[in-house]
Design a protein around this ligand. Structure first.
Ligand code: MV4
Length: 447
């Protein structure tokens, strides 16, 4: 096992990784920008290195500074966390070339899944259900018209280099099609420097259901069930739950088995997530995330598996500590993402935390680097805490969540806590009756 790991991230996820390392007897090196010198992950780490100015490009995305920090502290491995460089295949390659282990999958698998066209082709080749659409990138106008009329309108044009919802265009009919393609190509070129686009049947009211998986170098591939991440606004998730209220036991077992089979064929290693759209009882692969995810704790809550520990073991070449037969889904878990934002208009609300008290008790977990006196910097993502609640049933989970949100005190900045309180009192949410557009409809938004 590694003796020392560098955590190339900040905030609650850096803390989460530090905690896994500490429990495994691994020393940690924190890196931080000049704006994060007082952050909790820096305080708790065994060593810390300042890697640059506040702007992410000068610090958390500064590859030479990160590799220098790894070299001078003598770590064996680098954990990229989530966001930042976590899905950057060339960073993973450079980490390797410098003699460190990248705690994540093979760079080749990161590249394969980073391109949404090759990701979809692989998913299909390995037996996962995909959305009907173009076979690869859109070619000529004639081909596009032909494909659209075969799959039927509305269709969705997506950027191969996209993901996370950027650069998508709906075409309702043939009159709109070629213009939608041109618009999507222009946007994709501007945003990603790559104008390749592909076409899919547009699903009207799907849910976003994603399967968590772990795969080691010894041929063990397991899944930890699914998470329902449909409650989102502008592609920012607000609240996630596991299991999905929409699936039954048979559907869960079937999609889980498809995922593990596909990943075994691919030879994937590390933690990963397969994202599906789910509509009218059918799953459709959309993307794969080749990293740890923000919402991983709800899968941990219902399985008892420490995903970060397993991910580190896998990177060290060790077998996972569990097999699929050991995984018994237990109860229900919900994560509320608490952001330093105005809960009405979602404007960032950085500033001084004047008072802080986290909820506790049975079934309550808080992942956060906050403390009274901490200053939330204005330069980064506004996620400041994750409240993860577990109960024996969904109803118990909801009652406990209501109680925990009431207990949570964060003063000095505005937070999304009041929005969560409103949301979990809505009958559609209580009934588990929502899709990917529900939250935006509820908030009265158009986009
Ligand atoms: C779709 C779709 C409807 N039909 N694909 C958005 C992000 C990217 N991961 C895929 N996305 C979508 N793909 C087809 N064929 C609707 C979305 C979508 C969405 C998906 C998941 C979570 C939130 C979403 C919000 C808007 C649109």
């Amino acid at each position: 096992m590694f003796e020392k790991i560098l955590i190339a991230n900040r905030g609650e996820i850096a803390l989460r990784i530090h905690r896994a390392c500490r429990e495994m007897g691994i020393q940690t090196v924190a890196v931080h920008s000049t704006a994060d010198a007082d952050a909790m992950h820096v305080r708790l780490a065994d060593e810390s290195v300042c890697i640059g100015a506040p702007a992410s490009k000068d610090s958390y995305l500064n590859i030479p500074a990160l590799l220098s920090a790894a070299t001078i502290t003598g770590v064996e491995a680098i954990h990229p966390g989530v966001g930042f460089l976590s899905e950057n295949a060339s960073f993973a390659e450079m980490v390797r070339e410098h003699g460190f282990v990248f705690i994540g999958p093979e760079p080749e698998h990161m590249s394969l899944m980073g391109d949404k066209v090759t990701a979809k082709q692989s998913a299909k080749a390995f037996g996962l259900p995909v959305v009907p659409g173009s076979d690869g990138a859109i070619g000529s106008d004639e081909e596009a018209i032909e494909t659209a009329s075969t799959i039927g309108y509305p269709v969705l044009i997506k950027a191969s280099a996209g993901g996370g919802g950027r650069g998508m265009k709906v075409a309702e009919n043939e009159d709109e099609l070629l213009n939608s393609i041109r618009l999507a190509k222009t946007e994709a070129k501007a945003a990603f420097g790559n104008d390749e686009v592909y076409m899919e049947k547009y699903l009207n009211r799907p849910r976003h259901v994603e399967v968590q998986l772990l795969a080691d170098a010894h041929g063990n591939v397991i899944h930890l069930g699914e998470r329902d991440c449909s409650l989102q606004r502008r592609h920012q998730k607000l609240l996630e739950e596991a299991p999905s209220p929409a699936l039954n036991v048979e559907e869960r077992a079937k999609i889980g088995a498809s995922v593990t089979k596909a990943m075994a064929k691919l030879g994937y290693q590390s933690a990963g997530t397969i994202e599906f759209l789910y509509e009218d009882g059918a799953f459709f692969f959309i993307e794969m995330n080749t990293r740890l995810q923000v919402e991983h704790p709800i899968s941990e809550a219902i399985t008892g598996v420490d995903i970060v520990r397993e991910q580190i073991r896998i990177a060290a070449g060790l077998p996972m500590t569990i097999r699929q037969k050991d995984i018994k889904l237990q109860g229900h878990a919900i994560e509320c993402r608490i952001n330093a934002e105005n809960p009405e208009n979602f404007m960032p609300s950085p500033g001084n935390i004047t008072d802080y008290h986290a909820p506790g008790g049975l079934g309550v977990r808080v992942d956060s680097g906050l403390y009274a006196g901490y200053r939330v910097p204005p330069y980064y993502d506004s996620l400041i805490a994750k409240l993860i609640v577990h109960g024996q049933t969904r109803n118990e989970c909801l009652m406990r969540l209501r109680r925990a949100l009431e207990e949570f005190v964060i003063e000095g900045v505005q937070t999304t806590i009041p929005l969560h309180q409103r949301l979990i009192a809505e009958s559609d949410f209580i009934n588990g009756d929502y899709d990917i557009h529900w939250l935006e409809r509820y908030l009265g938004l158009k986009s």
